[in-house]
Structures are given as structure tokens and as C-alpha cells.
Design a protein around this ligand. Structure first.
Ligand code: PGA
Length: 235
């Protein structure tokens, strides 16, 4: 299975940031052949990035579950597809925490992404309190079961909430335990990404874990060199 390295720009990036895409694509000439690269910019940059994309794929960070309608400020999966997206992240912990998204909402969004002909990246992950209470596996199991769409067309991203943007990462054994658990709930070919403070320095050991099939990267996202440092860790 190829590795998927996805950069989530979150609410960062103006037109000037497009130069990082030019720089990244120049570096990708030398990238490992089994590394696929996806960039999820803010929606404002999506069409321009899709037009420039040659060695990368382009995705979105969220969508509305409905195809169209009276939803001021929202963007449908169909619109994102037309703008050039091939993946959409759904259920990121920042959406779950800041916008109260439930597993049911996440599943509805994932289904909308599939209907529009794209691939959902469904995010799951426990909070610090849940890990400390020994509930990580139970929480992730529940989130996976309740958030995944019908069928087998999806990517799952395990992102412990406490590891996102903090510089903290679980131990390799803890990552392996959760990824093995998710593998048991998904198919043998479902890509399972790890996300949460992935950096060029820790990417080699994280990407070497069985059942880690790529990374969802936030903090190291904007700089082509940092992201390339993670991509080049793919073996
Ligand atoms: P981080 O974010 O790499 O900054 O920890 C990961 C994410 O939110 O997807």
C-alpha cells in the first residue's frame, strides 16, 4: 500500500503561500515512489492550488452534509469537488470541539463526500483525560464505528487530541496499539494515517509502525521543506 502524507493548512494561507506549493512540487521530483502527497488548503486557495497541482493531490478540510440549500457560509462536497478537491477531511477534532460535531454529523459528511465522488478522511482520537482514564481504545472504537460511512471507501486518521499542535506524541507502542485496533475495525486496505505533532524528526519511526499508512500533518504543513522532510521518511 502507498503511504499518504496529507498536509492540513487549517485556517492559514493567503495567495503568497502558493509559493510553498511550487517549492514542494520541485522537491517531489526526488520523492519516494510510494509516497502520495495531499494538501488541504483553506477553501479560498483550493481552485488555484488544484490548477497548479501536478505532483500533489488537493483536498478540503470540511464540508456540509447537504448537497445544496439554505446554509449560509457553508460549502457542499459537490462544490469542493468542482473546485478541484479529491479528498475531504471530516470530523477533525477542531471541528468536533469548536463546532460540536458528533459522530453522526461526521458520518453524514463522509457520506456526502462519497456521493460527490471524493474520498473522506475520517478523523478520530481521544482527549488527554480519556487517555489518562485508560479509555483511549474504547473512545476510538466508538468513534470509528459511529463515524464511518457505509462501504469501504475511506481513509481513517488517528489523531490524539492532546497531540495536535502540542509537540507531544504518544509512544510508538501506543500508536501501534490504536492503529492495530482500527485495522481490526476497517478493511485490510483502508489507509490509516497518524496525526498529531508529526515532524521530520519523528516521522521515520512513526511511519515504520505496522498499520500506519501515512500522516496527517498540521504544524509542519506550510513550509515545503518541513513537509518534504516527512515525505522523505517514507520507506
Ligand atoms: P499538528 O496537527 O501536526 O499541528 O499536530 C495535526 C492535525 O491537526 O491534523
Amino acid at each position: 500500500m502507498n503511504y499518504l502524507i496529507a498536509g492540513n493548512w487549517k485556517m492559514n494561507g493567503l495567495k503568497a503561500s502558493m509559493r510553498e506549493i511550487t517549492a514542494l512540487q520541485e522537491r517531489l521530483v526526488e520523492a519516494p515512489e510510494n509516497a502520495e502527497v495531499l494538501i488541504c488548503p483553506p477553501v479560498t486557495l483550493l481552485p488555484a492550488m488544484a490548477a497548479k497541482a501536478d505532483k500533489i493531490m488537493v483536498g478540503a478540510q470540511d464540508c456540509h452534509a447537504a448537497e445544496s440549500g439554505a446554509h449560509t457560509g457553508d460549502v457542499s462536497a459537490e462544490m469542493l469537488h468542482e473546485a478541484g478537491a479529491s479528498y475531504v477531511i471530516v470530523g477533525h477534532s477542531e471541528r468536533r470541539a469548536d463546532h460540536g460535531e458528533t459522530n453522526k454529523d461526521v458520518r453524514a459528511k463522509a457520506e456526502a463526500v462519497l456521493r460527490a465522488g471524493m474520498m473522506p478522511i475520517v478523523c478520530v482520537g481521544e482527549t488527554r483525560e480519556e487517555r489518562e482514564a485508560g479509555e483511549a481504545i474504547a473512545i476510538v472504537t466508538e468513534q470509528v464505528k459511529a463515524s464511518l460511512p457505509e462501504g469501504d471507501q475511506y481513509v481513517i486518521a488517528y489523531e490524539p487530541v492532546w497531540a495536535i499542535g502540542t509537540g507531544l506524541v504518544p509512544t510508538i507502542d501506543d500508536i501501534a496499539e490504536v492503529h492495530d485496533c482500527i485495522r481490526g475495525l476497517a478493511t485490510a486496505t483502508t489507509p490509516i494515517l497518524y496525526g498529531g505533532s508529526v515532524k521530520p524528526g519523528n516521522a521515520p519511526e512513526i511511519l515504520a509502525v505496522t498499520n500506519v499508512n501515512g500522516a496527517l500533518v498540521g504544524g509542519a504543513r506550510l513550509k515545503a521543506d518541513d513537509l518534504y522532510g516527512i515525505i522523505s521518511a517514507v520507506k
